[in-house]
Design a protein around this ligand. Structure first.
Ligand code: PEP
Ligand code: MG
Length: 593
């Protein structure tokens, strides 16, 4: 009997291989009480182990910089910092000196204390940093206990999918074997550091599977679909046939759309759509351009901050924004002010742990309470307006007051630039993200103070349905086609049209066939999707008709459940696009024809 498990799609690609389990764990440390005469030597051993760990981290950092880029390499900075942190070092040394514990034991205790403190939150960002801490702990303990590196993949001789409870950044960056064709884990989120690295290395990955380690044994056959976030362990003949067919269709489809990437997205009945790219890192901008994106609809700047030991300075940010603006010369680039909080908190800010981080201190709320963190960004953005059509987007707005206060801060930075004789374009645009029901319901008021709207459906869905977007258990309940969401989208579209301001949608639903079809039917003709899905979305849109989308959207607005909405849309699409692999599920990926 095959076992089918669904998790989060984290890196695209569909593969079939054998399971290779990596059951790494933090080494167990034997208890030993030191003789007082051994204490000085033990402290020296601890210093040596740290220096060995530092050297190894530096090697990994350099290797990552060379293979993947400088921004990815910075993923190792927090570990370097922790290695020097006085809480870690002095805390451990104190245990050695005062409690006569071996360095390994003392270090283990100290790490346990820090982890206990950090674990008091459910914030996935902090939990991801715990993962960094465990990476470091394993490294230092291995040096102290003289253990071999558990991560030896060089001897693998056949194609494998790595199955593990979780991985760490240093493990993933060491994957060089061409035989590692996929990764499936119980834990992890799309934003985990190791997942970002796996994606950069283009290793098909599914995370948050819950219990893949319970079901998969070494050598089992496994099919992994990184597009829809599914794995099948010990597949039946029927699963294998479906896999082979799907993979073949995907390959043909991917090749075809790559060659058409530059063509416009005009529907069968002649309606032009504008498809922009969402960007997480500036290094991706050339790829986004090559993928045929009509500008950047969402630049998630917080990735310039995450994994860092300090806020990036104005100059570094200016260079990043300028690079993106210049790459898209003549097309608009929408840069979002740091959306910190929720699942995106840099460790160095020492934000207080929150019971409900997504309902907490996030995005524009952090900006207004701590404007000093955002001033360099605002100046860098203003300076970048000279180099392209840079527009500024405010995340998680609830009301007009927030927009006015952000505008006032921008004006203060304008004054400073003027005083310093530094140029920027007047008349740059400032818009708001519609991500909460408050904003959607109050859109008419917000429209008077915003130059444009961008609907962030990832958050709008989570706040409308009160379903945590990062909780794998709730994934089936997180449905953007819930009638309450559809009605808000419709209402915001009407408000924007009446107010004459530009509207786009930049959440993940825009990158699904059903989502794009619905949005088009609601008269939203600008979508922004993860840059690598731009060619796919354009190609699908060329198969659809705007008139049938409008008819289907009208029916969807009268539907009484998410399932009905999806059925109305699927009926409207008919056989223009093959929805078979996705029937009944709304997935992040687009299917092949
Ligand atoms: C959204 O909420 O839909 C969005 C695009 O922003 P993010 O996913 O970065 O929260
Ligand atoms: Mg959002």
């Amino acid at each position: 009997m095959s076992t089918v498990l669904d998790g989060f799609p984290a890196a695209r690609g569909i593969v079939s291989a054998r399971v290779h389990r990596v059951d790494w764990e933090i080494p167990t440390v034997p208890h030993r009480v030191l003789d007082p005469s051994e204490i000085d030597d033990e402290l020296i051993r601890f210093a040596e182990a740290r220096s060995a760990a530092r050297q190894r981290l530096e090697e990994l950092r350099a290797r990552t910089a060379e293979r993947l880029g400088e921004v990815e390499a910075r993923i190792f900075d927090p570990q370097m910092l922790m290695l020097e942190d006085s809480e870690v070092v002095e805390g451990t040394e104190r245990y050695v000196r005062e409690n006569r514990l071996s360095a390994a034991r003392a270090f283990e205790f100290r790490m346990l204390e820090l982890k206990a403190r950090w674990s008091r939150t459910s914030n996935p960002m902090v939990l991801d940093r715990l993962n960094d801490l465990e990476d470091l702990q394993t490294r230092v303990l291995a040096a102290l206990l003289e253990l071999a590196d558990p991560w030896d993949l060089d001897s693998i001789a056949e194609d494998v999918v790595i199955v593990a409870s979780n991985l760490t950044p240093s493990m993933v960056v060491q994957i060089e074997s061409p035989h590692v064709v996929g990764i499936a884990t119980d834990h992890g989120t799309r934003g985990s550091h190791w997942v970002i690295l796996a994606r950069s290395q283009m290793i098909p990955t599914v995370v948050g599977l819950g219990e893949v380690t319970r079901h998969a044994s070494d050598g089992d056959e496994i099919i992994l679909d990184g597009r829809i976030g599914r794995v099948i362990i010990e597949p039946e003949e029927q699963d294998r046939t479906t896999f082979l067919e799907r993979r073949a269709r995907l390959r043909t489809w991917e090749e075809a759309i790559e060659s058409e990437a530059r063509q416009d997205a005009v529907t069968r009945d002649g309606q032009p759509m504008s498809i922009r790219g969402n960007l997480d890192l500036p290094v991706e901008v050339e790829n986004a351009k090559a993928a045929g994106a009509d500008g950047i609809g969402l630049f998630r700047t917080e990735f310039l901050v995450l994994g860092r030991s300090a806020m990036p300075d104005e100059e570094e940010q200016f260079q990043a924004y300028r690079r993106v603006a210049e790459a898209f010369d003549g097309q608009a680039v929408y840069v979002r002010l740091f959306d910190l909080g929720g699942d995106k908190f840099p460790m160095f800010l020492n934000m207080p742990a929150e019971e409900n981080p997504f309902l907490g201190w996030r995005a524009v709320r952090v900006l207004l309470d701590k404007p000093e963190l955002f001033r360099a960004q605002m100046r860098a953005l203003l300076r970048a307006t000279v180099h392209g059509d840079v527009r500024i987007m405010i995340p998680l707005v609830n009301d007009v007051d927030e927009v006015q206060r952000v505008r006032a801060l921008l004006e203060e930075e304008e004054d400073r630039l003027r005083r310093d004789g530094i140029p920027f374009s007047r008349g740059y645009k400032v818009g708001v993200m519609i991500e909460t029901p408050a904003a959607a319901l109050d859109a008419a008021e917000l429209a008077r103070h915003a130059d444009f709207f961008s609907i962030g459906t990832n958050d709008l869905v989570q706040y409308t349905l009160a379903v945590d977007r990062t909780n794998a258990h709730l994934a089936p309940r997180y449905n953007p086609f819930h009638p309450s969401v559809v009605r808000q989208l419709h209402s915001v579209s009407r408000v924007a049209r009446a107010a004459g301001i530009e509207l786009s949608v930049c959440g993940e639903m825009a990158a699904t066939v059903l989502g794009a079809f619905l949005l088009m039917g609601l008269d939203i003709d600008t979508l922004s999707v993860a840059w690598h899905t731009v060619p796919e979305l354009k190609s699908v849109l060329r198969e659809l008709e705007a008139t049938s989308a409008r008819t289907a959207a009208r029916a969807a607005l009268a539907a009484s459940s998410a399932r009905d909405v999806m059925e109305c849309l699927a009926d409207g699409i008919g056989d223009a696009v093959d929805l078979a692999p996705f029937r009944g599920r709304w997935e992040l990926a687009l299917p092949p024809r």
